[in-house]
Design a protein around this ligand. Structure first.
Ligand code: PDD
Length: 282
């Protein structure tokens, strides 16, 4: 397997060489935030919005941003340079640092910064041709899903229950509304119009979601950022999930019921094609 370039607290090294204390608050409390930045053809995609979101996540959890925007850009660029892969997923994680286990913030502790550049796997042809299956789960997450925190246990459990049901992604439902996937945002096409949950504290403000809204604008497509009743999932003409890891995928079943005519829809294909072009503009 090719070596995975990594970065830990100001030093570049292969992933296997990284060592982190078990007292790191990321390990002990899940006390940290992260980003996942896709790299297409060795160029980071939407790097600026990812770094802005990282800065916001840090601010929201009161961890001092250890680097300037320029320094973050340099770290991402160096990791890309050190990798042999063409398409990459650059993962960045910042935790509150190492300290004796105690819930309150430690004094005089500097954040732990870890990053790595993994291969960004191609989407399987079958997923593009046939679409993917969704499984509805109850959203058991906290009330600040807008912060990209590393504690992902509810997301992990949701995803696993979807996988066990033979689906590719779990859709989180809270108080009768379908919010987003375990690691993706959700779009619903209904009567020729597109709907996605607004950017509030119940979803992650996805960078791909913003790109898709921009592309829908290019297509002159009407979009609504509003809450989506759960039953709309069963009445939709099309359902899409979006993320930095997977781009935009059509979902063709939800809890085993076909979506629309059971095949990826025409609007998905138009947006997917535009996204493929947009990817290489950075
Ligand atoms: N997850 N919603 C959740 C809960 C997510 O975890 C993600 C991304 C998204 C999509 O956001 P973006 O378009 O910025 O990737 C929405 C990443 C890919 C992950 O956890 O690996």
């Amino acid at each position: 397997m090719a070596e995975i370039p990594a970065f830990l607290n100001d030093e570049y090294m292969p992933l296997e060489a990284c060592q982190i204390s078990p007292l790191d608050r990321g390990f002990i409390f899940g006390d940290g935030v992260y980003e996942l930045i896709p790299v297409y053809d060795r160029k980071a995609f939407c790097l600026q919005p990812h770094l802005v979101r990282l800065a916001r996540s840090l601010e929201q959890v009161h961890i001092q941003n250890p680097y300037t925007h320029k320094q973050w850009e340099g770290i991402v660029e160096n990791l890309i340079r050190q990798s042999n892969c063409i398409d990459l997923a650059v993962y960045i994680q910042v935790t509150r640092g190492i300290a004796p286990r105690d819930h309150g913030f430690p004094e005089n502790t500097s954040p732990t910064v870890f990053a790595m550049a993994n291969l960004l796997a191609d989407i399987a042809d079958e997923q593009l041709q046939k679409g993917v299956a969704l499984n509805i789960v109850k959203d058991t997450r906290w009330q600040r899903c807008d912060i990209k925190v590393i504690d992902l246990l509810p997301n992990v459990l949701a995803k696993q229950s979807a996988l066990q049901a033979g689906a590719a992604e779990a859709i989180m439902v809270r108080d009768g509304f379908a919010l987003e996937g375990s690691s993706s945002n959700l779009f619903v096409v209904r009567d020729g119009e597109v709907f996605t949950h607004p950017k509030d504290s119940l979803i992650l403000p996805g960078i791909t979601r913003d790109v898709i809204l921009e592309l829908l604008g290019v297509l002159g497509q009407k979009c609504h950022e509003q809450a989506i009743p759960e039953n709309w999932l069963y009445e939709a003409d099309e359902l899409w999930i979006t993320s930095s890891a997977k781009g935009i995928l059509a979902a063709t079943t939800v809890n085993q019921c076909p979506v629309g005519n059971g095949a990826p829809g025409k609007l998905w294909k138009d947006v997917y094609d535009l996204y493929q072009q947009r990817k290489f503009l950075g």
